[in-house]
Design a protein around this ligand. Structure first.
Ligand code: ADP
Ligand code: MG
Length: 467
């Protein structure tokens, strides 16, 4: 049984190698050692809890699907960290949830989007992967998003005329909201319209399923090429994945040629997405690109007021003003503070004092303000690469140590804003020119090699969380 399973895992690895970037495969997948715990539970021994977290988020679905195709077994997957850092309680749950689209997934082969006739709009929306909560009406307009909102609305009014609509901007600024509002409004106007909302991640996962099972291939093609409105959220994730880009290129062309509407969102404009094929950059830039920026004070306050109204939550205007003044970076954080206050009132029934409001704001903002030190960076990088902190400050020159060391130095400069001599001092008394060399090398790699970029971005995220 166990022997047999090793063969299966080897086969799965071949498929996974094809579908992930070289660095991702080496850093997250290849390093795991699987063990069959019972008939349908696998435990992956992984270098650290960071790896596990990233694996769960990005690759669990992929691994599970790949194994299912190979064996027809729906394996439960659990992870164990070699570094034995205690994980959250929820991580101990054997029934790890499959990562799905933000609001559920539409399985390949589901026909429900085709037979919309007798369903109510809410069900149609849910089947399309949409969350009915997102509407044009509850999207507050301000200078940061006015043009994006107006463009999205005009695309909704003239479906298929502006192709594609490409919405970009930082996290938590309302891209998903706007895109879903467009989908929801389309169904409200005409429930027979076929709409699919899907994250780039879900698209990638479904494509892999389809590739591993030839019977599904046609169904996949049919599903995505047979819609009136295709919404792909966070499309940047297909960058660097050759087969996905290829398939998406054909899906795009097929919809484009038949005058169907495509809407895409991403963190960045097409030409700035590393690893995105040129022909896709060209396609994505063919219609209209709009960006959403950080909301200004008036918009922030209006969003809070709208939320209070929606939730029928009675709250002093002064408090909303305080939140809008202090929470500036994005709407998600603004909502985070608001929701925490609502929960506080609900569970304690106490009035909101200044101290409660201040603490709540602090708890959300604190991550952005804490100072990042070289010590923290070294700890995180060492854990990430499964080496010792002292290796980073040592003279060892093997690549397994030198590469992480260069990355750690780069991060000290980039994230903690340290000077080159100060970094050199903290890394075992190295000369500032050595640090400069390491920094330039990693920076070049970061800008030119999408795999290195992904890796460093992962470490940065871990750092943000740890600080
Ligand atoms: P993004 O996709 O850009 O990361 P989201 O669309 O998920 O951001 O927005 C984050 C949260 O903020 C969501 O709950 C969304 O409803 C809310 N939000 C964003 N922009 C607005 C807005 N202009 N009006 C009302 N709510 C907004
Ligand atoms: Mg989003």
């Amino acid at each position: 049984m166990e022997d047999n399973f090793i063969n299966i895992w080897e086969k799965a690895l071949e498929a996974l190698k094809e579908e992930t970037s070289q660095i991702a495969y080496k850093t997250y997948i290849e390093v795991m050692v699987p063990r069959l715990i019972d008939k349908n539970t696998i435990c992956f021994l992984s270098p650290s809890s960071y790896h596990i977290e990233i694996c769960k988020k990005r690759y669990l679905d992929l691994i599970q699907n790949t194994l299912k195709i190979l064996t027809s077994i729906d394996y439960k997957i659990i992870f164990e960290a070699k570094d034995a850092i205690p994980e959250n309680e929820s991580d101990d749950n054997l029934d790890v949830e499959i990562v799905k689209g933000q609001y559920g997934s539409i399985k390949v082969g589901d026909n429900n989007i085709i037979n919309n006739i007798n369903l109510d709009p809410k069900t149609i929306k849910e089947n399309a992967g949409l969350n009915p909560r997102y509407t044009f009406d509850n999207f507050i307009v301000g200078s940061s998003n006015r043009f994006a909102r107006a463009t999205a609305y005009s695309v909704y009014e003239n479906l298929g005329m502006t192709n594609p609509l490409y919405i970009y901007g930082g996290v938590g600024l309302g891209k998903t909201h706007l895109m879903q509002a467009l989908g929801n409004a389309t169904i409200d106007k005409d429930p027979s319209k076929k709409v699919i909302y899907c994250t780039g991640e879900l698209f990638v996962n479904e494509l892999i399923k389809a590739m591993l099972n030839p019977n599904m291939n046609d169904t996949f093609k049919q599903k995505y090429r047979n819609v009136d409105l295709l919404l792909i959220d966070d499309v940047q994730i297909i960058a660097g994945k050759d087969k996905c880009q290829e398939e998406f290129f054909h899906t795009f062309n097929s919809l484009f040629e038949s005058g169907k509407q495509i809407v895409l969102t991403s963190e960045k404009p097409p030409k700035e997405i590393n690893g995105l094929e040129d022909r896709l950059k060209t396609r994505f830039s063919m219609g209209v690109s709009v960006d959403i920026q950080t909301p200004d004070y008036e918009t922030r306050l209006a969003i809070l007021k709208k939320k209070a109204e929606e939730e029928r939550y009675v709250i002093d205007e002064d408090i909303l003003v305080k939140i809008a003044t202090r929470v500036k970076s994005n709407v998600r954080e603004l909502e985070g503070v608001f929701n925490k206050l609502v929960a506080y009132t609900k569970f304690t029934n106490n009035p909101l004092t200044d101290a409660v409001v201040d603490n709540t704001i602090e708890s959300i903002l604190v991550k952005n303000t804490q100072i990042m030190t070289s010590k923290l960076i070294m700890q995180v990088v060492a854990k990430f690469f499964n080496i010792k902190v002292t290796d980073l400050t040592s003279d060892k020159r093997s690549t397994t140590i030198a590469f992480p060391r260069q990355i750690a130095m780069y991060l000290c400069r980039e994230v903690a804003d340290m000077s080159f001599p100060a970094i050199g001092k903290d890394f075992g008394g190295r000369d500032h020119s050595t640090v400069l060399h390491a920094y330039s090398k990693v920076k070049y790699d970061y800008d030119n090699n999408p795999d290195t970029k992904d890796l460093i971005d992962d470490i940065k995220k871990t750092l943000e969380r740890e600080s």
